[in-house]
Design a protein. Structure first.
Length: 226
């Protein structure tokens, strides 16, 4: 399966998954004119312990200043640098169903240094239509598109049955990072990074926690009943 580049760079994957949350909180602080923040304050905004936050940031070489905390703008830059957000990244979305169209229309990419430069599909009926200001192009054009537009990341939003073939085409086009929204695991070379977003699984996990919470509240509700 896909390789593990973050571990090779010396930052554990668990830390990498939290860095965007720290950056989001720091951006909000900066927008509010806050110049510095303590580890306790930043941890509370993100919902982690201050000890975990300090350990995460230590992987970036950032330890803060006793009595002052972290400079918001400097820490934001350090995290952006670690995440590769100090340069712009071009992405292609494959699969122009409802999910693919929603991803193409998402305006949060641009604010995070990511630009959607291509929307692709295999359906002749869909090819040539307009999605979020882009013309849907044929999958057969992916090698040329990847080369000419310097595509770094492919978002796979196809049905499960076609996801592996799409992943093979993405890899053959020289793209080495895939964000997979299809409900299936992809078999790719070790040098290719794959992140899977399984919306159904996430909802099931939330349902489990909701059930546990309901069970915990049930005895109290019974006791309060007249």
């Amino acid at each position: 399966m896909g390789g593990n580049g973050t571990e090779r760079r010396g930052i554990p994957d668990a830390t990498v998954t939290r860095l965007p949350e720290y950056l989001r909180a720091l951006t909000a602080l900066d927008d509010g004119g806050v110049a510095s923040v303590s580890s306790e304050e930043l941890a509370a905004l993100v919902g982690v312990s201050s000890a975990k936050l300090r350990k995460d940031l230590s992987h970036l070489g950032s330890y803060g200043v006793r009595g002052v905390g972290y400079a918001v703008d400097h820490l934001s830059y350090q995290i952006s640098l670690a995440l590769g957000l100090t340069r712009d990244w071009s992405i292609a979305i494959v699969g122009m169903g409802n999910l693919g169209r929603a991803l193409a229309a998402y305006n949060g990419f641009a604010s995070r240094g990511v630009e959607v430069v291509a929307c692709l599909d295999q359906d002749p009926v869909v090819i040539g239509s307009s999605v979020a200001g882009l013309t849907v192009e044929a999958m057969a054009e992916l090698p040329r598109i990847a080369r000419e537009r310097d595509v770094a990341i492919a978002l796979v939003a196809t049905p499960a049955r076609s996801a592996q073939a799409v992943a093979d085409a993405v890899v053959a086009a020289g793209i080495t990072s895939i964000l997979n929204f299809a409900p299936v695991s992809l078999d790719v070379p070790d040098a290719v990074q794959v992140r899977k977003v399984d919306l159904a699984t996430e909802v099931q996990i939330l349902a489990f926690h909701q059930q546990q919470q309901s069970r915990a509240l049930l005895p109290g509700l019974r006791a309060a009943a007249p």
